[in-house]
Design a protein around this ligand. Sequence first.
Ligand code: HC1
Ligand code: SF4
Length: 562
Amino acid sequence: MGTMTIDGRKVEFTDERNVLTVIRNAGIDIPTLCYHSELSTFGACRLCTVEDDRGKTFASCSEVPRDGMVIHTNTNKLRNYRKLIVELLLAAHCRDCTTCIKSGECVLQELAHRLGVRTVRFQNTREQHELDFSSPSIVRDPNKCILCGNCVRACEEIQGIGALGFAFRGTEAMVMPAFNKKIAETQCVNCGQCRAFCPTGAISIHTNTDKVFKALADPDIRVVAQIAPAVRVAVGDHYGLQKGRSVMGKIVNALHRMGFDEVYDTTFSADLTIMEESAEFLNRIEKGEKLPLLTSCCPAWVKFITDQYKDYIPNISTCRSPQGMLSAVIKEYFRDPEHAQGKKTVMVSIMPCTAKKAEAVRPNSYTHGEKDTDIVITTTELLRMIDNFGLDFAGLEPEACDMPFGFGSGGGVIFGVTGGVTEAVLRRLTPDHSKETMREIAECGVRGDEGIKEFSIPYKGMEVKICVASGLANARIVMDRVKNGEAEYHLIEVMACRRGCIMGGGQPTRSGDRTKAARARGLYNADNTTIIKKSDENPMVLELYQGLLKGKEHELLHNEFY
Ligand code: HC1
Ligand code: SF4
């Protein structure tokens, strides 16, 4: 606790991590390229440099707040210094801004504009490097890298993977996978967190929107969309609407206008997942085998286990993810000539996640030799399509999804936030559906954005031990404890991205703490306003079991990971 003077005003602080945070909390948006509150401090870009009352300059991200400090954030000296930093970065940067995928969201571009950099006096003498398109999820363009190291730290510190690192020195310095391998040849799990933290276009989404436009233009193709839970709370703020508010109805309208023939909701198949996974869980508990059950909806987590904890592959639930289940069911539905009406079906899945692109091309994402999901686009790509069509998104009237796969329970909606899958399982396991029981479940320890949550619940005379983790570095801690016999669980839910899919690698970036909290709240609010809370009470799901799914449950809803 203390007080400092910032630009002539007294500002109090408590336990802020650094001077930069105190300045930002005081309402001054000091520019940075390499600082992020969730990563360790790197102090490389120096843009956050401030001046004290004796004219001494220092990087505010690396300075601990002290009582009595006097700080100036915007002197002539600092303005010129920041401008020079950006000019030097631009000098070594590919400057095709008008065609860059990151244009409009690039922090370097924004800073050049904001700091008034109008010319770059230096020639770009940096050697040009090949782009890496090897991953189905992300594209690496070393020519746009500014060496902030955000991707390296995100991959190492949050995901515990370490697929990227610094190589060479001085003007030769680069970020790349070890031994200059292609990213697909590393242990990269396709989570896209490196892209979420990258301020420029050096790591971007492997985009598939052209394929969607092409399918939409073909009259012989029925283009079907499914929309993941977390997408609906990450679109509105791009169009000036309230952060985190669910705009599902507007998204459905936008997709219909673009020419999508059917628009379905992945929450429907999240309910299917709960039906199947709960049954599998109870079966394993009864037999006492292959425990802990590891959830299988998150493809980055599944890849992490299959690559790095091979002994636990049998523990992964055999359930396909909701994306996989819904695509398989929809393709089966349109195999019926009466439904097909002579058209080929192209399944487009709209996800917050870059790893879903990799899931869709996994060998076990095929049924009858046909790909279940044809194209995966992320929320960010959806925004580009809406912009491309010139739709006035904010003004669109909400529309309902199409039937019979357009409705999910509240349990399905909360899949998009960490703990949501487990909460939906717990709802399924209780025969009671009173408000009090739903509240008790919500308060059992399953909610909240801690990286590792542990709790137990009583079930038929036994104590069921559960762990919920988000962020693969946290998942590694959990798995190592299990492996070493230091912890025992019956169920482990992991979402590779911290806080779950709401913060997936394909979501619009530049989201601060307010956005994270608002997205989680948005999903819980969507659950609050859904009459049916439990997956086993979704009438459409129950009907499906009596109809199309009969005898095909295993074929369409399950797969193996070995
Ligand atoms: Fe997710 Fe899932 S919740 S994995 O985060 O189980 O991507 O939103 O669609 O499949 O339902 C993502 C989100 C999503 C699946 C579901
Ligand atoms: Fe690392 Fe995820 Fe990026 Fe792969 S996609 S390099 S695992 S952060």
